[in-house]
Design a protein around this ligand. Structure first.
Ligand SMILES: [Zn+2]
Length: 228
């Protein structure tokens, strides 16, 4: 586990498995960063494309994902991206298990975590996620903190890549020299680079967090789940 050699770790989390991930993965790989991609395996047809402002958002075909996401982690984002809190227990379990099984089939590895679609969850959903065999689940509640968290099924990211304070947060994280292990966890959607026209900002963030000898770079699984 990373804490035996490092005090600090960086991980990233990107949702929805969309075409802009191609550009995002290029940037991640350029800076030797590791991310987790939370995908909906039930939405990979053209009729699930959507628009944000004038931007056409398409999902990546399942058969292109293995090559694209090589070296990164694939996690669950449910089969069809519903508001889980509006579904029955049975429907929630189906949404989780269909996605878990498809991911295992495509990537030959059982996923261990997820991100809640729309960030929507409650105690009932958390229980069902635990029953589905997942060990961590990311919310959208940025806490601007880098301390370790006990409740991995209600995991709060440090900040979104568009956070106005992100460079201060990164500076503080990089300067940290205490004894408690710290995790800088950044999340977002790659289509935001197009919609917000800020790929240069995303690259600046990636550049700033990369290449530090005292920082471990890993996927969510590598960083959040401490293996002996
Ligand atoms: Zn999503």
């Amino acid at each position: 586990m990373w804490q035996t050699s490092y005090k600090k770790a960086v991980t990233l989390s990107y949702d929805d498995g969309i075409m802009q991930d191609i550009k995002l993965v290029e940037l991640l790989n350029k800076y030797h960063l590791k991310a987790t991609f939370n995908i909906n395996t039930g939405l990979n047809h053209l009729d699930h494309d959507f628009f944000i402002q004038d931007h056409h958002i398409s999902h990546i075909p399942l058969d292109q994902m293995v090559d694209l996401y090589q070296g990164h982690e694939i996690a669950v984002h449910t089969y069809s991206h519903p508001h889980l809190t509006l579904l029955s227990d049975h429907e929630v379990s189906i949404e989780l298990h269909l996605d878990i099984d498809m991911i295992e089939q495509i990537f030959h590895k059982k996923p261990v975590g997820m991100a809640y679609p729309y960030g929507s969850y409650d105690d009932r959903i958390v229980k069902l996620v635990r029953q589905a065999g997942l060990f961590y689940a990311r919310t959208v509640e940025s806490n601007h903190q880098t301390a370790l968290q006990d409740d991995l099924l209600r995991f709060q990211p440090t900040c979104h890549h568009n956070d106005l304070n992100i460079f201060d947060i990164i500076d503080q994280f990089l300067a940290y020299d205490g004894n408690e292990p710290q995790i800088l966890y950044i999340w977002g959607h790659s289509y935001e680079g197009d919609v917000d026209d800020n790929w240069d900002h995303i690259e600046r963030v990636f550049k700033k967090i990369s290449g530090h000898n005292d920082v471990f770079y890993g996927t969510n699984e590598d960083v959040l789940i401490f293996k002996k």
